[in-house]
Design a protein around this ligand. Sequence first.
Ligand code: UTP
Length: 414
Amino acid sequence: MEDDFEEIKWNLKKYGQEHLLNGYNNLSETKQKQLLDQLRHIDYQLLNSLYNNIKKENTTSNDKITPIEYFDKEKLYDDYDVYKAIGEKAIRNRKLAAVTMAGGQGTRLGHNGPKGTFDIGLESHKSLFELLSDSLKEQGKKYGVIIPWFIMTSRENNDQTIEFFAKHRFFGYEKDKNIFFFKQGELPMLDTEGKILIGEDGLVKEAADGHGGIYEALVKNGMTKKMRELGVEWIFIGGVDNCLVKMVDPVLMGIAISKHVTAAGKSVVKANPQEKVGVFCKKNGKPSVVEYTEIPKEMAEMTDEKGQLVYGESHILCNLFNIDAVERMGNKPLPYHTAFKKATYIDKNGNKVVPDGPNAYKFEAFLFDAFGELDDMAILRVKREEEFAPVKNATGTDSPETARELYRKFYKLK
Ligand code: UTP
């Protein structure tokens, strides 16, 4: 233990992070153990290189971006029934699992609690989690199966999420039998000098590693192993905040199976060239998503001979993956993107600092950065009003109000 402590100290000194032990003697024994455990597992080299790359991140890349082909669900004609039948057979044979990513902080919405517990204001006052579970159960029933549901949380919201489900008797699911919870990974936050922050609890201040952490979290937490035991071959991965998400789509599955691709993603047509969404594309010949912040204006506005946007297939975080692909992606590190955030911390003199504005770097991986690992990906264009009602902001676009209207319209509620 003593040796271990000295080794940690030595390592911290090596990476200029020795301040992390400043408050050690004032911590309880349990906290001391927790802190040492954190310090033992931090990848200091990775953090160093992330910090050194912060300034470089916005430099232009030489990536070759080209449009991606897609299927339009409305225009599949005779193939529609063929794909549907193939997908339905796989669903009946219990080849599908659903994953909901619910580890985000939901900063823009500002709800006090996990985003999935948010009531969007329907007459029923159902939470996002309940709306998702309703749809998943209904679809399962249609095919005579219970679709196993895997929910990714973060350290911050895991306990509250599980408590919420328990209070609602897991909406009819059985914990660890057909509903599973697992936590995503985290990375320490850095100040503008590259120093790791200590949080109010005296421990290293860590933040969820972005939705791109999903693959590693599924593998590391034994979820893909569990899925294999259940006979699952295909994994639908979606966000918690789209109350119209269709986690069970036989047509999408049928296309993926018959086209022999390892993934299939749904898109909706970009509402206008300026809409703040990422769009599917090919990057150096591989499937990818180009973020709205990265797409040049002329590219965003480019139209084809029919007047349609060339880069108009919005990525809506509704993707289906073969389990082999998920395991492959889960074992390969993804690049991290930097976000500058507001973070309360304890300074080196032991004082609590509550900043007025952003003061710390957070590192996040994006789910679609892994798409380049896929041989190919089928894109299925679906109707926005049927499948996409996101809850992102407290008011205005993509708010509870817009999502509620879309939900009511789709389900023909009053
Ligand atoms: P967003 O990128 O919209 O983030 O997540 P958010 O946390 O919900 O909201 P803001 O940006 O803080 O306002 C899209 C989906 O990815 C999940 C979210 O829970 C949501 O379902 N997500 C995001 C994670 O599971 N983990 C993360 O680290 C980030």
